[in-house]
Design a protein around this ligand. Structure first.
Ligand SMILES: [Fe+2]
Ligand SMILES: [Fe+2]
Length: 336
């Protein structure tokens, strides 16, 4: 069986998708995650020029996609309040603050997408009746179920931003997408750790049955979400050379990478420490080559600059790629 078919098999098989129940399983490391989310508050946004030009065959489809994802990013504010008021035994004070900071990051994503829309000469969408109905339905369900639907949105969003980063021929759009995708990866890892903690909690009487039910609902909601995106964003996906099958496979790969679930809070906290050490080391070395290294274009920038018009070049892409390269150095390893 190939790796790819194994991923699909995992999605179809609820028992495999669900986390193995282990009484000794580590619970979510709330203090480590809180350290990460507090650190990530200072994550900078890409600098975007006032006007962006992309190929005409891409522009309208890209604007439509950014408008839809902007609406999604802007709508999670109530979850933080509900978490703060929740009596869910899994939640402690640190986790409540984590969710608050998590939701603020979604607000940052919405602002960053709005900047891109304005630069493309477009306005954000107003909420449609169907979107309002979906939001009302989600408010009517419990916090855990709501988190599950947010995880699905995170997976689809992560794949979308990674596609923009890889295939849109504009540095500012690619940089913005890369920064948002990095946040979404951490969000997914956090959610995976949280669900592991829920599944291992003594308040869940039949954990294996609960896990199988969660996996079944999750797979159904994810299938619906992928189909919706494949239809609604078909023009953009075609322009970016991504087939519906590739979209589905990439979503499955993000799920498979996180199951069996593990707690990566400590890993992210370690990344905070590594980045702090790098900052200290960099500040000590500035006397050697003042302000030279941070603005050196990376090889990726050089590639882009060689094929892009001057208006798409800006100093921010150097800074963004340098930040991305630093993040790559300390990126937590995937679970086996
Ligand atoms: Fe987001
Ligand atoms: Fe997110």
């Amino acid at each position: 069986m190939t790796d790819r078919s194994l991923e699909v098999h995992r999605l179809r098989d609820g028992a495999r998708l669900a986390a193995p129940i282990d009484e000794a399983a580590p619970r979510v490391d709330s203090s480590a995650w809180l350290e990460w989310f507090r650190h990530n508050r200072s994550r900078t946004s890409a600098s975007v020029p006032a006007s962006i030009t992309v190929p005409p065959e891409l522009r309208d489809a890209l604007v439509h996609a950014l408008q839809v994802f902007h609406l999604g990013e802007a709508g999670e504010g109530r979850v933080a309040k509900e978490t703060a008021c929740s009596d869910d035994p899994v939640l402690d004070a640190a986790l409540v603050e984590c969710v608050e900071l998590y939701v603020r990051e979604e607000g940052r994503h919405a602002r960053e997408l709005l900047v891109l829309l304005r630069a493309l000469g477009a306005d954000p969408l107003r909420r449609t009746p169907a979107e309002k109905l979906f939001r009302w339905t989600r408010r009517a369900i419990g916090l855990r179920q709501k988190m599950l639907t947010i995880v699905v949105a995170e997976i689809v969003g992560l794949v979308f931003y990674e596609l923009l980063n890889e295939r849109v021929p504009h540095a500012a759009i690619a940089d913005t997408a890369a920064r948002i995708a990095a946040d979404e990866k951490a969000h997914l890892d956090f959610q995976a750790a949280l669900f592991r903690s829920i599944l291992a909690h003594p308040s869940v009487p039949f954990p294996r049955a609960y896990a199988a039910a969660v996996a079944f609902v999750f797979a159904a909601v994810l299938t619906g979400a992928v189909a919706t995106v494949a239809i609604d964003q078909r023009r953009l996906l075609r322009a970016l050379g991504c087939s519906p099958v590739e979209l589905a496979r990439r979503c499955v790969a993000e799920v498979a990478a996180r199951f069996p679930l593990d707690d990566r809070g400590a890993t992210y906290a370690e990344r905070v420490r590594v980045e702090s050490s790098l900052e200290v080391a960099a500040s000590e070395l500035t006397f050697l080559e003042p302000a030279a290294r941070p603005s050196d274009p990376t090889s990726r920038d050089r590639r882009r600059q060689a094929t892009e018009p001057n208006e798409t070049r800006n100093g921010a892409s150097d800074e963004a790629c340098a930040a991305r390269d630093a993040a790559r150095i300390t990126r937590p390893r995937r679970a086996a």
